[in-house]
Design a protein around this ligand. Sequence first.
Ligand SMILES: *[C@@H]1O[C@H](CO)[C@@H](O)[C@H](O)[C@H]1NC(C)=O
Ligand SMILES: *[C@@H]1O[C@H](CO)[C@@H](O)[C@H](O)[C@H]1NC(C)=O
Length: 252
Amino acid sequence: MKYLVIVTSLLVAVSAEELFIPSADGSTSTNIPVKLNQESMHFMIAGDFGGWPPPFYTTPTQWTVAEAMGQAAEKLKPNFVLAMGDNFYFLGVQDTEDERFNKTFESVYTSPYLQVPWYPTMGNHDWHGNAHAQLDYSHVSKRWTYPWYYYTLDYTLTLSSTTMRIVMMDTTIQCGIDSEGVPINATVAEEQWAWVEQQLKDGQDFDYLVVVGHFPVLAAGNTGPTNECLFNRLQPLLEEYGVSAYIAGHEH
Ligand SMILES: *[C@@H]1O[C@H](CO)[C@@H](O)[C@H](O)[C@H]1NC(C)=O
Ligand SMILES: *[C@@H]1O[C@H](CO)[C@@H](O)[C@H](O)[C@H]1NC(C)=O
């Protein structure tokens, strides 16, 4: 994995001015309510799975993980998969027609038990390409479900009256592309922070309140020990609102 780390840090040098981050423009209240006639549910989490640029598109490791996910999914029958960002190495996708969608994603996770909604969040690498095209790809794919950069999933299990809210964030908008904690556009970052807090405030009646983002708050590996921006801004919110779990990618 050493060469992967080197390539990653080179690409991080791409200048922030090239990135376009749109304002939410009122489309922020994106919420996906799902009622399942089940007592319990399973979901899977895949992070930093974005294959390799052409001509390879995938990696042997990605295939191995996809196969293992398929086997586990056959037993567990997950209701959905969370895609934790860095969905397409190293520079995201160009447009909705980009063959990366097929060759790095659709053609790899082929198990029939993985043909469930995949709910993505953007990783830093995704922001080096056309991030918005990943949202638009929702209209093309049967399972890729990405309504906005940040959104909530509200699951209700009717047979056990159990509820779970998952708050999907975009940590690159919040904290910057290079995890140094400086957002690309502070106005847009603040819009999202306000939205996150509102979702947590409104989500107090859920049995489980889960927050998802690409960058970890704390990490024990290459990216650690802290993302200062998330540690300063997110950690207090997680505590104040009694969040059950924070799920992140990036560290691998
Ligand atoms: C930040 O985003 C807002 C909303 O889209 C925009 O009006 C503003 O010009 C942006 N600021 C910078 C410095 O790019
Ligand atoms: C997707 O990729 C697979 C394998 O690379 C190929 O067989 C298939 O035709 C492609 N589908 C589309 C819609 O491009």
